[in-house]
Design a protein around this ligand. Structure first.
Ligand code: GTB
Length: 218
């Protein structure tokens, strides 16, 4: 059955792999599933056909036969539950890996996204610097907690899992920041994720979209 995901036709991240189709591509590459990509413009994302798939008018979506899914965490859990490679066989280890999926999207991602939202939407406000200090304090708290839990392990709980895939995808949104650099073990953790062949195939695939758009625009 063909799997089709959606991605930005013209991603504002300019091929840096920060949009959330990247994590779905990575999961599909990890389990070795072929997939097709339907590129959508910002305008198309807000029209009825796309809203039927994603009620908030966002990417990514996932279609497979009669199934249509949205929310990157749910999509990755779906892939991981049905194909070997992203969740352990042992029931308890599997449950813990799923807990890390939720930790990534519901405990870590909101504080990290808040920093980007503050910059884009409030960056010119007189109180921005004060707000940023609060946002960064909350991020530092979470990064510190995660860093302590990871310690010197390679992955969060034994072997690489969908929990690591999601967590690394979330942390990547802070790549290159001074804040993240305060946690060398998290930087190493991200690098281990990026070194995985499946990550690299996914990264190149999303980057090819940007390169094609850039070439077309010249
Ligand atoms: N909770 C949803 C999920 O996990 O699937 C969130 C989906 C989401 O935020 N999608 C974004 C989107 O469609 C793209 S990924 N935005 C358009 C809209 O809301 O109208 C977020 C994103 C966008 C851009 C960058 N960037 O330029 O670096 C990084 C991340």
């Amino acid at each position: 059955m063909t799997i089709t995901i959606t991605a930005f036709e013209n991603s504002p991240d300019r091929g840096r792999g920060l949009a959330r189709d990247m994590r779905v591509r990575w999961a599909l590459e990890e389990v070795g599933l072929p997939y097709e990509v339907r590129l959508v413009s910002f305008k198309e994302m807000k029209q009825p056909a796309h809203l039927a798939l994603q009620p908030f008018g966002q990417i990514p979506t996932y279609e497979e036969g009669g199934l249509a899914l949205f929310e990157s965490g749910a999509i990755i859990l779906h892939i991981a539950e049905r194909h070997p490679g992203l969740l352990p066989d042992d029931a308890n280890a599997r449950a813990r890996a799923i807990a890390w999926i939720f930790a990534a999207v519901s405990t870590m991602e909101p504080v990290i996204v808040d920093r980007e939202t503050a910059r884009f939407e409030e960056g010119t406000e007189s109180w921005y610097d004060e707000r940023l200090a609060h946002v960064e304090r909350r991020i530092r708290k979470r990064l510190g907690e995660l860093s302590r839990r990871l310690g010197d392990a390679d992955w969060l709980d034994g072997t690489f899992s969908a929990g690591d895939l999601l967590m690394i995808s979330v942390l990547l949104r802070m790549e290159g920041s001074a804040l993240l650099a305060e946690y060398p073990n998290l930087c190493g953790y991200i690098a281990r994720g990026q070194a995985r062949p499946a990550y690299q195939r996914a990264f190149e695939a999303q980057r090819a979209v940007f390169l094609a758009v850039s070439a077309g625009g010249q």
